[in-house]
Design a protein around this ligand. Structure first.
Ligand SMILES: Cc1ncc(COP(=O)(O)O)c(C=O)c1O
Length: 270
């Protein structure tokens, strides 16, 4: 496996960043995860836009997108695979200990891992911890993801693949690495960005292609919704067949099945 660091390709075993990198010491960094099908990255421009937005949100210099594109192309070419998870990480770089960022300049790493097509349906849980829609990091895809690590571990303990959060005012927000949609009276809804969720690229495409509405929803809508699905780069549109103790037999239901079909068709044309 070859990955990109320090401006070039390196063997994964030999690739190094400083142990004093601010991404490592305090989680001062941003990232993107892209799907690559047969070496072709999906929605690269949308991911690069979000990378820049996240970097600006942390006060990092804008990433050099020409370099990021070159790095993605080089890593994909060096590691051919059918379905890849392409990961761009961009951090505050070598810094003093503590929260002040150093001035050595940012670190860019691009890596790739092989992955498999997800199942069409999955189980989710809700967790008692909240997303803070008023956080300085709300809506940014930062490497400060330890809350997601804890919540996802809880989901796995309970036989689920994702954990869903409410925000500080009890509204449905998102999963550890996905957005959430619900069907109520035949109409598709997803929480608005003001709920504190990430502006998921799969979410945005799904809203555009299905006409889903952005609606403030209480967390317990999950107990009433006729259908529920998740969206993310590696899940695409994925139906939910169980949420906490509630079974949703027949998932994917008709609205979800249609969204899955539309997403697959439209994404293949991009
Ligand atoms: C917290 C969070 N929400 C939502 C998503 C879904 O975003 P996307 O569709 O861009 O993968 C992600 C990305 O993996 C995420 O980390």
């Amino acid at each position: 496996m070859k990955l990109w660091v320090d401006g070039g390709l390196h063997d994964a075993e030999a690739a190094r960043v400083s142990v004093l990198d601010h991404g490592l010491t305090v989680g001062d960094g941003v990232f993107e995860t892209l799907k690559a099908v047969d070496g072709r990255p999906f929605a690269l421009d949308l991911h690069l836009d979000r990378l820049t937005r996240s970097a600006r949100g942390l006060g990092l210099p804008d990433p050099d997108l020409d370099e990021v594109r070159r790095a993605c192309a080089a890593v994909l070419e060096a590691n051919p695979m059918a379905l890849g998870r392409l990961r761009i990480t961009y951090t505050g770089g070598l810094s003093p200990l503590g929260s002040d960022r150093g001035d050595a300049g940012p670190t860019l790493v691009v890596a790739l891992g092989e992955t498999r097509h997800r199942p069409d349906t999955t189980a989710v849980i809700t967790v008692p911890w909240t997303r803070n829609e008023r956080s300085a990091l709300a809506g940014l895809k930062t490497t400060s993801y330890a809350e997601n690590v804890v919540a996802l571990a809880r989901a796995h303990e309970q036989g689920a693949s994702e954990a869903l959060f409410a925000n500080t005012v009890g509204q449905l927000c998102e999963g550890t690495g996905s957005n959430v949609f619900v069907v109520l009276d035949g109409q598709l809804h997803t929480p608005p960005l003001a709920s504190g969720c990430l502006a998921g690229i799969t979410r945005a495409l799904t809203v555009e292609w299905t006409g889903a509405q952005e609606t403030d929803l209480p967390l317990d809508v999950l107990q009433q919704a006729d259908e529920i699905f998740l969206t993310s780069t590696l899940r695409d549109v994925q139906a939910v067949h169980r949420v906490d103790g509630r079974e949703l037999p027949g998932a994917p239901g008709p609205v979800t099945a249609k969204a899955m079909r539309i997403f697959a068709e439209r994404a293949a044309q991009m």
